[in-house]
Design a protein around this ligand. Structure first.
Ligand SMILES: NC(=O)N[C@@H](CC(=O)O)C(=O)O
Ligand SMILES: [Zn+2]
Ligand SMILES: [Zn+2]
Length: 429
């Protein structure tokens, strides 16, 4: 199957591309990029007025498969990813059983292939059962295709265990992804500690509970040489620690979620909208602003959604007992376009870096470039198309979005994965 994308504004800083071109896809690959291409055999896609970028990657999602398929399974998660404009997702291992063996990794890859929409890249657990007590089968998981290692959902509480795990991971060309949370400081915490916890009368989750472990893991990175990636960073001080580590030349990277850069603790009101309950919690407005700056100035490497689907009954309850997390795959790109690119706060090239280039590099995936010979993993975006974030909009099995009710401008209309068109004019194929 061949596709000829006509008149797209292609943006790819890897090859210095930022102009209107035609792109010809044949089979799995890009075979030509030029000002004007004629290919009578190919199906023409009118891309005038649209932006073409290397396929978007969300390197932090929860697909709940195996174990909690009532919230999301790999097939429904892949539909949501495709609808959101992604060609690749990296799935966190806090499934049931935890993805801590080669077989577990193989299962997710196989399910992803069967869904046949996007590349599913499993992240293996650092420790068995994510219990923080003994090493998981890291070597075996590397052989089966794990792209990184993390106990996401939990911090590894023992510094000694984290040292062992990072030492082990450092033998392979993989990063350790740290969910930084000192549980002795965050137990019972359900909202940012300080003004928000006082105002709403609930147990606080202090910033220190995150920052202390970021500090520890940066020092363990120095000690072990293991590349470290900080998951869902949420405070200014945490980001300052990452900036200092980078300035020293340590192999440290980090990611931020749309909810931590577009929402803050003041958005949690006496309505107690539990879709705003997440881990780490929404922080101060000043944290939010510092994180936004960090994306633009290069200190934050990746935008990830931390797509955390939960069923109705797990959110439709008192704040204290509601599950942590918001879905994100289908709102991430529209939020970035609407809130940062449209306003000029962020360039298209920087958007491509944080949503496509950098996550591939952190996950040790082969780069995708808009040039002849590259895999045709591409996202086509209509910067003027408007969406309303309603429950009906979502392909995800779960509807727990922190952004319900918003109108956003800019969305993916078409996605190509290995040359196959998986999103066609906004509809999942
Ligand atoms: N972020 C969340 O609020 N929830 C995540 C866990 C996690 O990412 O730590 C989940 O698995 O539901
Ligand atoms: Zn986490
Ligand atoms: Zn997560």
């Amino acid at each position: 199957m061949a596709f000829l994308l006509k008149g797209a504004h292609a943006v790819d800083p890897q090859v210095g591309l930022d102009k209107v071109v035609d792109v010809l896809i044949d089979g799995e690959d890009i075979v030509e990029v030029a000002e004007s291409i004629d290919a009578p055999e190919a199906e023409v896609v009118d891309a005038r007025g649209k932006y073409l970028v290397p396929g978007l990657v969300d390197m932090h999602v929860h697909f709940r498969d195996p174990g909690f398929e009532y919230k999301e399974d790999i097939a429904s998660g892949c539909r949501a990813a495709t609808h959101g404009g992604f060609t690749d997702v990296a799935t966190m291992p806090n499934t049931d059983p935890v993805t801590d063996t080669g077989t577990g990794v193989r299962y997710q890859i196989d399910r992803g292939r069967a869904a046949d929409l996007c590349h599913v890249r499993p992240i293996g657990a650092l420790t068995r059962g994510e219990k923080g007590e003994a090493l998981a089968e890291i070597g075996d998981m590397v052989l089966e295709g794990a792209c990184a290692f993390s106990d996401d959902g939990h911090g590894v509480q023992s510094a000694g265990m984290m040292r062992t795990a990072m030492g082990y991971v450092s033998q392979f060309d993989r990063v350790a992804i740290a969910h930084c949370e000192v549980e002795s400081l965050t137990t019972h915490g359900v909202i940012n500690e300080g003004r928000a916890s006082t105002r709403l009368g609930m147990f606080g989750w202090p910033a220190l509970g995150e920052e202390l472990e970021i500090y520890r893991d940066i020092e363990l990175c120095r000690l072990t040489g293991c590349p470290l990636h900080i998951a869902h960073i949420s405070t200014k001080k945490g980001l300052d620690l990452v900036k200092a580590a980078k300035a020293e030349g340590l192999p440290v990277t980090c990611e931020v979620t749309p909810h931590h850069i577009f929402l803050n603790e003041d958005d949690v009101t006496a309505e107690y909208n539990t879709n705003l309950k997440m881990n780490p919690p929404l922080r101060l407005k000043s944290d939010m602003e510092a994180l936004r700056e960090g994306i633009v100035d290069g200190s934050i490497d990746c935008i990830v959604t931390d797509h955390a689907p939960h069923a109705k009954h797990e959110k439709d309850c008192e704040w204290e007992i509601a599950f942590f997390g918001t879905i994100g795959l289908e709102t991430s790109l529209p939020l970035m376009l609407n809130n940062m690119v449209r306003s000029g706060e962020m360039s298209w090239a920087r958007l491509v870096e944080v949503m496509a280039i950098n996550p591939r590099s952190v996950l040790r995936l082969k780069p995708v470039k808009i040039e002849k010979g590259s895999k045709a993993d591409l996202t086509l975006i209509d910067p003027e198309k408007e969406i309303t974030v309603s429950e009906d909009y979502f392909e995800s099995k779960s509807k727990n979005s922190a952004f319900l009710g918003m109108n956003l401008v800019g969305v993916a209309t078409d996605v190509f994965v290995d040359g196959k068109r998986t999103l066609v004019d906004g509809q999942v194929a």
